[in-house]
Write a protein that binds this ligand. Structure first.
Ligand code: 5GP
Ligand code: ZN
Length: 131
């Protein structure tokens, strides 16, 4: 499912919660994304720079800086994010073979977008420990 600004469907244009936030702009439809799941609380879309055959980002529609901020503010939304991530893994056919849900948080972990997002990774063998 590809979604672009102005396209009809469940996608509703809104004003970005944090106007300078890339992922708030995706939620608002100001920046296009290849959406694979969309519900009231969460959005899942393919990473622009995929690191595995399945690489989907799962975000809350509301802006939270990282997973720590999210669980403090809205634990139900964090549960919803995990539910969406598991559904994406099932949809992508990686739930059986194996997949990983990664939250990079803060500069040492390489978080580059300060809006909480889980990386759903799968479709190949994933090394451990991570780099
Ligand atoms: P982080 O580095 O913060 O853990 O993850 C941010 C992710 O967002 C990166 O994997 C990067 O490839 C992805 N990304 C950055 N800009 C865009 C964009 O405009 N669209 C999509 N779909 N992904 C993006
Ligand atoms: Zn945001």
């Amino acid at each position: 499912m590809s979604r672009t600004p102005g396209r009809a469907g469940r996608f509703t244009r809104t004003i970005p919660a944090v106007p300078e936030c890339l992922f708030c702009q995706i939620v608002a439809g100001e920046i296009p994304a290849t959406v694979v799941r969309d519900d009231d609380l969460t959005l899942a879309f393919r990473d622009l720079n995929a690191q595995a055959p399945t690489h989907v980002l799962v975000i809350t529609k509301a802006h939270h800086a990282d997973v720590g901020a999210l669980v403090a503010a809205d634990p139900d939304a964090l549960t919803a994010l995990h539910r969406t991530a598991a559904a994406v893994a099932a949809d992508e056919g990686v739930a059986g073979p194996g997949w990983r849900l990664v939250f990079n948080s803060g500069p040492d972990a390489g978080q580059s977008v300060p809006h909480v997002h889980g990386h759903v990774l799968g479709g190949r063998h994933l090394e451990w420990p991570p780099g």
